[in-house]
Design a protein around this ligand. Structure first.
Ligand code: AMP
Length: 280
């Protein structure tokens, strides 16, 4: 049975009981409106601990003033049913006041790696993410936590926070789950009209074009960028960024060399901002 916890105290009581039984816990943080991508994280989590816990919280502090906090899709009942089916034992689904009872005076911020890519367009976004994830880690005290490669920069930011703060939590990255045609699964895809949905495919196609060009021998990053950009434009997608970066530091690379690189992109499909990324 899935336990629905609305308060920090309930999660702590659950965690104490687990500790008594000598059981380990893996946490999967989510904002809900679950799809197969999220479900794959629950399955991954189950491979790393005795018990899987989740959070369902649309965290206000990671949204900018002109972003989609108010309209973010929600389906709490449906999400609980999916969690139950996947064998999640506890979900923390708090009201914002439970997580921020005294406002947001204490913040957790990773610098450097948060400055480029999504950090440029969404100032303060990653500070909101690291602040809430730090809170969730302290509430759940998980042995491991699973994050999707869909949000590749987020995964790297969290890895960095955990490393720098000597937190004893194993961070597990899970592969990006796509629709059959290549579109990365996202709760925000529910915003797309049928026509937008066609155009949205251009995002993964742009990244595939970059990957194929790399495989065909193109090493110049500017040339690679232009190849991807043209695919975005061809699908009426407004490029936010399309960058080829070092897969770990996320710093831009100029020439493809020996180290692993990754192509990351964000684009507007109408008003909807979508992100995707691929190893190249
Ligand atoms: P969200 O609910 O969008 O905050 O996402 C919660 C977690 O699910 C994050 O770790 C995401 O990276 C992960 N996630 C979202 N979409 C996908 C996907 N298509 N494939 C794999 N993981 C995903």
């Amino acid at each position: 049975m899935l336990k629905v916890a609305r308060t920090v105290a309930e999660v702590r009581a659950f965690r104490r009981e687990l500790a008594k039984q000598g059981k380990t816990l893996a946490l999967v943080p989510t904002m809900g409106f679950l799809h197969e991508g999220h479900l794959s994280l629950f399955r991954e989590a189950a491979r790393h601990a005795d018990v899987v816990g989740a959070s369902l919280f649309v965290n206000p502090t990671q949204f900018g003033p002109n972003e989609d906090l108010a309209s973010y899709p929600r389906d709490e009942k449906g999400d609980f049913a999916k969690m139950e089916k996947e064998g999640v034992s506890i979900v923390f689904a708090p009201a914002p006041e439970e997580v921020y009872p005294d406002g947001e005076e204490t913040r957790v911020e990773v610098t450097g790696i948060t400055q480029g890519l999504c950090g440029k367009t969404r100032p303060g976004h990653f500070r909101g993410v690291t602040t809430v994830v730090m809170k969730l880690f302290h509430i759940f005290q998980p042995d491991a936590a699973v994050f999707g490669e869909k949000d590749y920069q987020q995964l790297m930011v969290i890895r960095r926070m955990v490393k720098d703060m000597f937190m004893d939590i194993r961070i597990i990255g899970a592969p990006l789950v796509r629709e059959a045609d290549g579109l990365a699964l996202s709760s925000r895809n529910s915003y797309l009209s049928a026509e937008d949905r066609e155009n949205a495919l251009g995002l993964s196609m742009a990244l595939k074009a970059v990957r194929e060009a790399v495989q065909a021998g193109t090493k110049d990053v500017k040339a690679l960028h232009d190849i991807g950009s043209a695919v975005l434009a061809g699908h009426h997608l407004k490029e936010d960024y399309l960058e080829i970066v070092d897969a770990e530091s996320l710093r831009p690379v100029e020439v493809i060399g020996a180290r692993p690189v990754r192509a990351l992109a964000a684009a507007y499909c109408g008003k909807v901002r979508l992100i995707d990324n691929m190893g190249v």
